[in-house]
Each structure stands twice: as C-alpha cells, then as structure tokens.
Design a protein around this ligand. Structure first.
Ligand SMILES: *[C@@H]1O[C@H](CO)[C@@H](O)[C@H](O)[C@H]1NC(C)=O
Length: 475
C-alpha cells in the first residue's frame, strides 16, 4: 500500500480551493452570448404594444412635498414597435444615428453655455437638420391639468424645461394620446412676461397680451415653441399632484419624440421638474432597451443601501447637467493609465455627465483610445469583426454561447468602484452574433455616461446631499 503524504493532500486541497488561474479569472467575466442575443431579439416579439389607456392609474392627493412617490417608466421599444422586418442591424443603425444626434445636441448646448451667453436670447426660427431623429429613449407617465390628462413623457436628465404638445397645433408630430387641450383644464394659467419663471428661460419672447412664449431647440433638429404656463402635474400610483408647475404648452413641435406627448425635464436647472417640486432626490432604473417591461422613476426616496456612491458635481457655467466625479476607468481589473485631469470640469468645458438620453457612453478621444486599447489587448480568443457605425471594436461571437471578456469598471472620487455587467459594454448589433464594445470617442472635453452602461441599474440623484448612487439589479 502506498502511503499518501499529508503534504500531498494539503496541496491537492489548495489546488481545489485556489485554481492556478484564479487571479487571472477575477479580471474577466463571462458574457452569456446566447442570452444577450435572444434578449435583444425579443424586441421583435409579437407581444402587444403597451396599452396606454389601460395603464392609467388612480391619482391621490400628495400629502407633503417631501414624501416619496413614483411613476412608471417604459423603454422606447415598448412604445414604438414598427419594425417592419426583424432586422436588428437596421434597428441598431437607426438607434445609433439617433444617439449621434443626441450627443450633438448635448455638445452644442454645452458649447453655447461655455461661450457664456449672458443675455437671454430671443425666439428665432429653429435649426432643422436632415436627421429628424428626435431625442429620448425612456418614457414616464404623468398626469397634466385638472382633470388630469394621462401623458407619456420622454425623460431627459440633460434638459430642464418640461413641455407637451398643445392644441391648437400649428405643427405637431404624431403622438399616441390625444393632444392636450389647455381650454379643457381648469388649472391652466399662462405666465406673464415679468414672472421669474419666464425670465429663467434661456429663449423667450412676449406676446402682445403680455404672456410668455418659450422655445427649446435640441440641436438635433428637434424643437418646441409655445406658451409658457403653469399647470397641475400629478403622479400616478403612489403619487399625488402639485400645482403651479411651469411648463411649455407647445403649439409648434418638431422631432420624433417617439409617440410621446412631450418631455419631462430632469436637469439641475431652476425650471426642471425636480427643482420646481423641490425634490431632495430622484432615481430611475432603465430596463433593457429591447424589453417591454417597465420600471419606475421615483422622487424623494432613499437610495438602495448597496449603491456605489459618487459625488454629484456642479459646473458654474451650465446648471442643467448632472456631473459625476469620475476619476478613472479600470479594464481587466487594472486602472487604465489616464491622467485624472482628463475627467475634470476644469474651466467648465470638461467633466463627465450622467445622461438618461444618450445611449452609448462617450469618452473624450484620448481617454477612449486608451480604454479601447486596454480592452482589445486583454481580449483572448474572440474573433475580431471590424467596426459598426460609431463602434470601432467588434467581435464575431456567433459560434459561442458564452464569452470570457475583460471586466470594465468606473472609479469615482471618494474611492468607490462601479463594476459594469458585461452586457452593458459588449452589446449585440445584428441578428447573427456580432457584438461591439459599447463606448465611443468624442471630440471636445466633455464625457457622457450613457444609458447602455446604466441598464439594469438604479441611478439615484441625491440633489440635497450631492451624490449619485448606482445600485445593480434594482429595476
Ligand atoms: C438588414 O439591414 C442592413 C442595414 O440596413 C442591410 O444591409 C441588410 O442587408 C439587412 N439584412 C436583411 C437580412 O434584410
């Protein structure tokens, strides 16, 4: 009989507990290719479109302005399913074209602010580009007026003014609900030109009747012009109603804001909805872009206890955007060697914003190139598949059910790290199994954390204490 040495047993146990590749493995994660692709292609499934009427909920009085309440939130795909063919390539191309228009609109707003326009502008005829792609990927349901009219609004953390299409229309895009008629609401009141709210507008004018006109242009060809008024807004489900919210009653509206009634401004400026209702915080969870499920937009609720916290910063040049204290990006468990100054707001032209309307995270070109190179260098045994639209790093995963991919995480000042799920940075772009690294470079100094990277995450904006929380799996 052979004697088994205790040392051998010990090393066998150690090998079982700590496999030799353990250190390397922790820098990689498994992407479930089949699940990710079939989830994406669900967008073509025959499930019914969202029933807008059926979802209307009871409205209750709001007990106090600091109590928490929520409204439902839907992805664009659940409202806008006219995909004639089941071609995920063309769907992705149109999304990315829309996304490029969105980023263009953010950058143009940012550069106008950086140019420090001190005097308010006057109404002018809006610029219309060829790409009438429109903004917005997620929609919230609120009530407007009294009696409350159920309205589906694009949520936008990158702008302040809330507006909806209004009768009489000189120019309205197609929307699903009937168009709001201010004369059938008892709480509709036009604002006069001397009001603070009218003066807070970036672009305004005065009617002969001394009532205030507003205009918002989104830089991507989308715009809205009309009367600036106050109305009652109500929040379904747990909510209530708030009187005297300044909003735009748009008689001339252009852009494909999908089938929505208008837009809910969730920026940081004085006219945004959170500012007007004096919300201490708001949060949303963005369900997968291809799903028909919904989640919630919440106000005044505490962030989930497992949230990764990052400082919420202000830029004195532009009050609208939500800046986050990003200090670094790690790939494969190692920080990419990026000078921290490339993330700083600096003279007002730099910084990193978190945006609900931008899909793909944009990093300033120097940063993007370093991150992309680190990722591509660490990828093992995934066949390269060239580029796709604004993506330059793609892989052919058609023959795989799972893929081992380098981890990607954000580092924030304060020391916290947010690991991204692989499905949030390696995303399918066609029906066959081509996946792309879902980041892109952008000229200029501003970086934008987009909604592809926020999917499945509850993002909490604590406006009272100035931090942003990211909590995984809270939709
Ligand atoms: C899908 O759309 C793309 C781009 O529009 C096109 O090039 C391709 O031929 C289409 N594929 C099918 C199977 O229709």
């Amino acid at each position: 009989m052979t004697q088994i040495s205790p040392l051998l047993i010990l090393s066998l146990i150690l090998i079982i507990i700590i496999p030799p590749s353990a250190v390397a493995l922790s820098n990689y994660e498994v992407l479930d290719v089949s699940a990710s692709l079939s989830k994406a292609l669900q967008v073509f499934s025959n499930s019914d479109d969202l029933d807008l009427v059926q979802e209307a909920q009871q409205l209750q009085p709001l007990s106090s302005s600091s109590s928490s309440f929520s409204v439902t939130l839907h992805p664009r795909s659940s409202l806008h399913r006219h995909h004639r063919n089941n071609n995920y390539t063309s769907l992705t191309l149109s999304r990315l074209a829309r996304d490029a228009a969105r980023v263009h609109s953010i950058l143009s707003k940012h550069s106008r602010a950086a140019a420090a326009l001190s005097k308010p502008q006057q109404l002018e005829s809006p610029l219309i580009s060829g790409a009438k792609q429109g903004s917005g990927e997620y929609f919230a349901r609120i009530g407007v007026g009294r009696p409350a009219k159920d309205s589906l609004m694009v949520i936008d953390t990158g702008s302040d003014v809330t507006w909806l299409q209004c009768q009489p229309c000189s120019n309205c895009y197609d929307q699903t609900n009937p168009i709001f008629n201010p004369s059938s609401s008892s709480t509709y009141k036009p604002l006069n030109c001397q009001s603070d709210k009218c003066s807070s507008l970036q672009v305004s004018a005065c009617r002969r009747t001394n009532t205030c006109l507003y205009q918002v242009s989104y830089g991507d060809g989308s715009y809205t012009v009309g009367d600036f008024a106050t109305e009652t807004i109500s929040f379904a489900s747990s909510g209530g109603s708030v009187d005297n919210i300044a909003l735009g009653c748009g008689h001339d509206n252009q852009g494909l804001f999908a089938a929505s009634d208008g837009l809910l401004g969730l920026g940081r400026g004085a006219l945004s909805l959170p500012s007007q209702i004096k919300a201490t915080s708001f949060s949303y969870c963005l369900v997968n872009r291809d799903s028909t499920s919904s989640s919630t937009l919440e106000f005044n609720s505490a962030h989930p206890s497992d949230s990764v916290l990052a400082p919420l910063l202000k830029n004195s040049l532009i009050s609208t955007f939500h800046y986050v204290g990003l200090t670094g990006i790690s790939v494969g468990g190692r920080p990419v060697d990026i000078p921290a100054s490339l993330f700083e707001i600096g003279n007002g032209r730099g910084g990193v914003i978190v945006d609900s309307g931008t899909a793909v995270t944009r990093l300033r070109t120097e940063v993007y190139n370093l991150v992309r190179d680190s990722f591509a260098r660490l990828v093992q045994n995934l066949p390269s598949a060239g580029d796709f639209s604004l993506f330059d790093t793609c892989y052919d995963l058609s023959s795989m059910t799972t893929a081992r991919v380098p981890t990607v995480s954000f580092q924030f000042s304060g020391g916290k790290t947010l690991p991204l799920p692989p499905t949030n940075y390696l995303i399918p772009v066609d029906n066959a199994g081509k996946f792309c690294f879902a980041f892109a470079g952008t000229s200029g100094q501003l970086s934008i954390i987009g909604n592809a990277q926020q999917q499945g995450t509850r993002v909490s904006y604590d406006l009272a204490n100035n931090y942003i929380g990211f909590s995984p799996n809270k939709c």
